[in-house]
Design a protein around this ligand. Structure first.
Ligand code: GAP
Length: 467
């Protein structure tokens, strides 16, 4: 039986597993990599799709008050002027004068000096770093510039000529498409305040100290909702969304003891927020932000109204009043949640096989909603009568769930491979199957095996996977 030996795992182990099994590869790998970019392999893409569809199902499909949107990555520059991203979306940076390595100043203060740096001004950061007699982690010299602010938005140009008037930004958050389309949605659908608009899509941030694998990336996918409310309802709505986020994490199987909520201090609030809480996860490198919930007030709609000249007010017909809605925003990053789910599911266990022999296994106890494959069909031998039967089973199951077929190596090794990629059920086809029309189904977590008749296999699996 399984005996949990390890509840936390090093990042190196996860990075190696992710590459070995085809979850995540380094970006532009054959050219030596492109710093801090990652690509998602056959298993990674399945998990990402599962995360996004679980989120969509939970927050959009299941609710009557949230509708979807799929906006563009390129938006008019005026959007970012209005939203404050051109003037406010900065990280504090410091350079080594000797080797020109560039660091985020707040990260250096936190990681190298062990002091909290959230919300510190550039002057304070400069004073602390210059006073700390700290060597550059890259070259060992102690020659620093002052701390400067650096805008995180990636820029490009529309058309073939790089003139100032053609400059556009890749969106650093998906939220702004929602504000820009808020009027379109209210005019073309039946939504009534309170209601939400949800979007999943890419966002880009020119992060200077990305790192910790896919925790902080340059190109990310966000899952965001802007929930439009009357101002006086903001606290009730904030609490509702905080509970919904926790409920969603339970629904996809995250361990509650490794998640906590942290209230932002006043001086660390984003420029648009009056109140923010982060959901934090206990990563191997400490408690860090997993996702956020912000009360954005009417900041964005008001700014877009001012900058575009378009009236963004909402007319509440039953009460005959006109107002600018306020906004509660639950937001999550797909890559960061994927990393969290893999870390959370990772276990190394000492187990005993059917012959009483002890061995070590690595198992990803992913929730079936998240697991890349829901079942693997494994013929005991490559003989055509078994592989043919196994393929028949695969074809039938594939109409309902994602299934892997594997006929290479010993059955023990194939079980271990499926454990390591988190497949909840293995279906073994043996010579008896040809006579009794039944297969052995092995449960990933308990490793219990049950003989199930082929006529019941599909409902047996579907029932357990939908728990
Ligand atoms: N619209 C609000 C907003 O963008 P944020 O806290 O900057 O807020 C929301 O980002 C979420 O997006 C974070 O909680 C995190 O999950 C994810 N995220 C942000 N920057 C990221 C990055 N560079 N790499 C990976 N995920 C990131």
């Amino acid at each position: 039986m399984a005996d949990d030996q390890q509840s936390s795992v090093s990042m190196d182990t996860i990075v190696a597993l992710a590459k070995r099994r085809g979850f995540v590869y380094p970006g532009s790998d054959i050219y030596g990599g492109l710093a801090n970019t990652w690509e998602f392999g056959p298993l990674g893409v399945e998990i990402k799709r599962n995360i996004k569809s679980a989120w969509w199902q939970y927050f959009v499909q299941r609710r009557a008050d949230v509708v979807g949107l799929d906006g563009g990555i390129l938006l008019h520059s005026k959007v970012w002027e209005a939203s404050g991203h051109i003037s406010e979306f900065f990280d504090p940076l410091i350079d080594c004068r000797n080797c020109r390595a560039r660091y985020r100043a707040d990260t250096l203060v936190e990681d190298k000096l062990g002091q909290p740096a959230e919300g510190m001004s550039t002057e304070e950061l400069t004073r602390i770093l210059h006073g700390a007699d700290m060597a550059c982690p890259a070259c060992g010299q102690k020659s620093w510039t002052d701390v400067r602010q650096f805008n995180l938005m990636f820029q490009t140009h529309l058309g073939p000529v790089e003139e100032s008037g053609t400059k556009v930004f890749l969106r650093p958050e998906t939220a702004q498409n929602i504000f820009v389309n808020y009027k379109n949605v209210t005019q073309t659908t039946r939504v009534k305040v309170p209601f939400g608009i949800a979007q999943i899509g890419k966002a880009f941030r020119n992060e200077i100290t990305p790192g910790n694998f896919i925790f902080r990336v340059l190109e990310l996918e966000q899952m965001e909702i802007e929930y439009f409310i009357k101002e006086e309802d903001w606290e009730e709505s904030f609490n509702h969304w905080r509970d919904q986020m926790a409920e969603f994490y339970r629904w996809i199987g995250l361990k509650e003891e490794r998640v906590r909520v942290r209230e932002h201090e006043q001086d660390e609030l984003s420029h648009y927020s009056k109140r923010t809480v982060d959901y934090e996860y206990k990563f191997p490198f400490g408690w860090k932000e997993l996702s956020g919930l912000a009360y954005r007030t009417d900041f964005d709609l008001r700014k877009h109204q001012e900058h575009s000249g378009v009236d963004m007010t909402y007319y509440d017909q039953p009460n005959e009043e006109r107002f600018l809605p306020h906004v509660i925003e639950p937001t999550m990053g797909v890559e960061r949640l994927l990393l969290t789910l893999i870390l959370d599911a990772y276990n190394e266990e000492s187990v005993t096989d059917v012959n009483g022999k002890e061995y070590q296994r690595t198992v990803l106890k992913l929730h079936p909603r998240i697991a890349p494959y829901k079942a693997a069909v494994l013929p005991l031998s490559k003989k055509p009568e078994l592989s043919g039967k196994a393929m028949e089973i695969v074809r039938e199951l594939r109409d309902h769930i994602s299934v892997e077929y594997d006929e290479t190596q010993s059955i023990g090794r194939r079980y271990r491979r499926q454990d390591e990629i988190g497949t909840p059920y293995c279906v073994t086809v043996d010579f008896e199957t040809l006579d009794d029309e039944a297969v052995t189904v092995r449960d990933r977590d308990s490793m219990a095996q049950e003989r199930i008749s082929l006529s019941e296999l599909k409902s047996y699996l579907l029932e357990r996977l939908n728990q």
